[in-house]
Design a protein around this ligand. Sequence first.
Ligand SMILES: [Zn+2]
Length: 296
Amino acid sequence: MASANGDSTRVRGWAVATTVALGVGVLLWTERRRALRTPSPAAQSEGSARIVTNLVMAGITAAVSTAAMAPVVTPLAERAERDGLGLTQGLPAPAWLRDAVAVVLLDYTLYWWHVLEHRVPWLYRFHQVHHADLALDSTTALRFHFGEFLASVPWRAAQVVLLGASPRALRVWQRLTMGSVLFHHSNARLPLRWERLLSRVMMTPRLHGIHHSLVIDEQDSNWSSGLTLWDRLHGTYRADVPQDEIEIGVAAYRAPGDVTLARSLAMPFRPLPPTPPRDASRVSSATREAGIDALR
Ligand SMILES: [Zn+2]
């Protein structure tokens, strides 16, 4: 029995690893063959140094996250399930339905965490490191300051305890979120019809590109990491900025020298740069009139 369980766990592990590898392969291929946005000259001048910086940051953050997040959050999820703690554990529903509700609510509360990261200055000090990437592609999805993940441990613990997320719900949500984050940061040009359809349900590369604009009015939109429902619910959904008009990044850090590995790691510990003026002028009235489905 034990060996059958071990075998099935191993098979599941391989299935997940193969799916992830295939998914990332398709994204990388599409980014190269069908790019959505042309990187700025500054981003192009960085060459592969940009990718190396993003991957090294990903490695550091993964190590810190494994050491600090997992030992806190996983036991809390086990306890929530065992002792029936939290919102979803009290639902008179089968376990799979409680898990499904927990996954949706974890996604909703991640929306609020993302809003806080932009609204609370000391959190934005860390989150701006992710936004300071001069280009936006699937490696940006891995570019997070380790401090941002450390700061999110209490929030994640509260999510699990208050929502009553079981270990299974937590695992499913983490995998779905990772897949979604890789996808919507990618520079893959999907057929517009597909993307308009997908964006009704989930965050897409064109939508998230608007969130990575250096124009604050545009950055203050499309905060969802999974379902676009949350942005629609709170009036923060935005699809009216053409991709070729978006300047990716943070206004204060426009040169490759501003976003090297060392500078990026030190960025949260330096004073925040002054916020650039909001500027919605680039959105033409014709685009605005076209409404929320003007995604292009
Ligand atoms: Zn953000």
